[in-house]
Design a protein around this ligand. Structure first.
Ligand SMILES: [Zn+2]
Length: 210
């Protein structure tokens, strides 16, 4: 896929996320790795109305080189790209159910959502840790995300929302959608006896699809 096709796809996927309520207002941002740098949603832009031609272009060192000014949350994306060679795209949302899980104090902060369905395991992997709370824009958030992303494709920012990576733009968006569905199931089932996938079933999925 060339850069122009990637720009159009990014705007389409952003509009789809917005239309279904995965982001509201100017919340949420999406980036994708290119051969010569990155594309990133601009600061204060709505995912519902992205203009493919005005997306921020960053060079390989995350310097702004074209389009509108990038999102102020660009450092979250940089943390993932620098932690994971397999990250080809990163999606950050304030989607409701995943954000609800990020506020829970009585769950395992190293992996709050248990393996309820194969789809979450296939898209997000074995674990998704919670990164402690930082004030929006606090630069100390970047090393914390970078450290957590070294062995997780996605993290939950405490009292804020998810950051999800994928090999491709589509993979990252699908993983963010699957994470929101898994969080919804987890919240629905809280307090009820649930049958989780076993460690063996999780291993089997990751061997087959990982
Ligand atoms: Zn945010």
């Amino acid at each position: 896929m060339n850069e122009q096709e990637t720009r159009i796809l990014l705007a389409e996927l952003g509009a789809g996320l917005f239309a279904r309520g995965f982001s509201v207002g100017s919340a949420g941002n999406i980036s994708v790795r290119l051969g010569d740098g990155y594309l990133m949603t601009p600061t204060n832009s709505s995912l519902g109305r992205l203009d493919p031609e005005r997306l921020s272009k960053l060079d390989g060192r995350f310097n702004h080189v074209g389009g509108d000014k990038p999102s102020k949350e660009v450092f979250m994306h940089r943390a993932f790209y620098q932690a994971r060679d397999d990250a080809g795209a990163v999606v950050h949302l304030h989607s409701t159910q995943a954000t609800a899980v990020s506020c829970l104090s009585d769950v395992d902060q190293s992996n709050p959502i248990p393996p309820l369905t194969p789809y979450f395991v296939m898209r997000v992997g074995r674990r998704m840790p919670v990164v402690p709370y930082y004030r929006p824009g606090d630069p100390s958030m970047e090393p914390a995300i970078n450290a957590a992303a070294k062995d997780a494709k996605a993290v939950l920012l405490s009292n804020h929302g998810p950051v999800v990576s994928g090999k491709t733009l589509l993979d990252a968006v699908y993983a963010a959608e699957e994470l929101e569905e898994a969080a919804k199931l987890f919240m629905l089932l809280r307090g009820q006896a649930s049958r989780l996938l076993t460690a063996r079933q999780v291993d089997d999925l990751l061997t087959t699809f990982g």
